[in-house]
Design a protein around this ligand. Structure first.
Ligand SMILES: Cc1cc2nc3c(=O)[nH]c(=O)nc-3n(C[C@H](O)[C@H](O)[C@H](O)COP(=O)(O)O)c2cc1C
Length: 190
């Protein structure tokens, strides 16, 4: 069975460093037969600025976000694929707001029973991949931490490709060694 991979690409730059890293990763994954879909989270039409903490998702049986906009089917897809890739530029030592718009709404992919102290999620057993780049060499470790913790919390395997000194948007295209690493990661994940 080919692996199903969903990529959430969280940069506002359509042809920048994040988009390039994603292209290379996808090239590697598709060369190994994976089925890959890329969603650019900056360009979805949203009805809310992120998760509104309405908790409606916790009051129904399925794993659906109650906000009916273009992020809703993306969240539903996350529950069905084998691998979720999150790609982001480093913005002030953290993930981009454009990625967080979808990420926080992953709340709908969990069911908590606070009295019993239990949590269930269809994300269990999947793989989470983080792809991130930064202009400097400070802060990618801080960026990585919440993704690694989310994977551990969710029972997911975790992998990351962190690229410091990536330059301004688009400059990463000149970095052949990064290209090779991103393609190799795509192949490995597939
Ligand atoms: C709003 C904003 C904040 C940024 N913050 C940082 C930062 O804290 N540290 C850093 O090294 N680079 C920072 N950068 C640079 C980008 O992370 C870096 O150039 C990245 O590779 C750009 O990816 P992109 O072309 O996909 O947008 C920032 C860029 C922007 C636009």
């Amino acid at each position: 069975m080919p692996k199903e991979i969903l990529v959430l690409s969280g940069s506002p730059k359509k042809d920048g460093n994040t988009a390039t890293l994603v292209d290379w990763f996808v090239e590697g994954a598709r060369s190994k037969g994976a089925r890959v879909e890329v969603v650019r989270t900056a360009f979805l039409k949203y009805k809310s600025a992120g998760c509104t903490s309405c908790r409606a998702c916790q009051k129904q049986d399925g794993y659906e976000c109650a906000i009916d906009d273009e992020a809703k089917p993306v969240l539903a897809k996350m529950a069905g694929v084998d691998v979720i890739v999150m790609a982001t530029p480093l913005y002030f030592f953290a993930a981009s707001a454009q990625l967080k718009l979808v990420l926080d709404r992953m709340f709908s992919l969990y069911k908590w029973d606070n009295e019993a102290g239990t949590m269930e999620t269809p994300l269990k057993g999947k793989t989470l991949v983080l792809i991130a780049s930064a202009y400097e060499d400070v802060g990618l470790d801080s960026l990585e931490k919440p993704f690694a913790l989310t994977a551990a919390y969710s029972g997911m395997k975790f992998k990351s490709l962190l690229v410091p000194n990536a330059g301004v948007s688009g400059e990463i295209k000149k970095k052949e060694s990064v290209r090779e690493k991103a393609i190799a990661l795509g192949k490995e994940i597939a």
